[in-house]
Ligand binder design. Structure first.
Ligand code: ADP
Ligand code: MG
Length: 249
């Protein structure tokens, strides 16, 4: 069953082609990995799906209907949530209040109440191991905690589809494993997930399928073990990274 269909989308920023005729399908209940070198167009693609960036060509269908031209909050209400790649500065709201915002303004469903939003936010903070920080101002959270908070906000929206843009970046190996487990838990709770990630081990562990972008074009799609070991992908992406890693000693 297709949840999300990206159909021949292209995006230009002036003379720069960020995405060129990209098509893929997200199936219900799967975790789809999206990889590619820096500047490949991954975040742009997430922005197109979330409605924060308009596109020059193509269409995106959610549950069989076009969502092209809808505003981000309308797309959020339909059931698509995303986490920003850059951790946004947080206001003087507490952690709990921040997550309640996600719960209140998320997917349309039963009547939303502040009380229900609070309960949802508490459950979500519990799931993400942030319950102890519920009542501290968001500002006082460290970078890792802020990332968890962003995930909690996106999750509290009870999405049908969750878009994760490099949420594991900057974490240590133990935290990456924890993040991978968490992503799987969220999927097992019934959420379909698009994961944009640079951490190869995480992509290999978490994805049911992987698609690869290079210079705005989809160059490959398949099972993680096929895609990640393919010469084309190693050259386009891993080769560069391995060289960079070797260069850094
Ligand atoms: N708002 C923008 N204005 C102009 N160029 C942009 C903008 N956003 C992204 N780009 C360019 O589009 C390309 C794809 O960027 P991005 O989607 O961020 O790549 P990735 O997330 O794969 O690293 C890059 O060349 C980037 O510089
Ligand atoms: Mg990006």
């Amino acid at each position: 069953m297709k949840i999300l269909e990206v159909i021949g989308v292209s995006k230009h920023f002036g003379s720069l082609t960020a995405l060129q005729d990209v098509s893929f399908t997200l199936r219900r209940g799967e975790i789809l990995g999206l990889i590619g070198p820096n500047g490949a167009g991954k975040t742009t693609l997430v922005n197109l799906i979330a409605g924060t960036t308009p596109y020059s060509a193509g269409d995106i269908h959610f549950l069989g209907k076009s969502i092209r031209g809808l505003k981000p909050h309308q797309i959020g209400r339909l059931g698509i949530s995303r986490t920003p790649q850059i951790v946004k500065p947080i206001t003087d709201m507490t952690t709990l209040e921040n997550v309640m915002v996600g719960a209140l303004f998320g997917k349309k469903g039963k009547k939303r109440t502040v009380r229900a939003a609070r309960r949802k936010a508490e459950q979500t903070l519990e799931l993400l191991g942030l319950a102890a920080k519920s009542n501290v101002p968001g500002e006082s959270l460290n970078v890792q905690e802020r990332k968890r908070l962003e995930r909690a906000k996106a999750l509290a929206m009870l999405p049908t589809v969750l878009l994760l843009d490099e949420v594991l970046a900057g974490l240590n190996p133990a935290e990456i494993d924890e993040g991978v487990d968490l992503i799987k838990k969220v999927r097992d709770a019934g959420v379909t997930i698009l994961v944009v990630e640079h951490v190869m081990r995480a992509i290999a562990n978490v994805s049911d399928r992987v698609i690869v972008l290079q210079h705005g074009e989809k160059i490959m799609e398949g099972k993680p073990e096929e895609v990640l070991n393919h010469g084309k992908v190693i050259e386009a992406y891993l080769g560069k990274r391995y060289r960079a890693l070797a260069g850094n000693g």
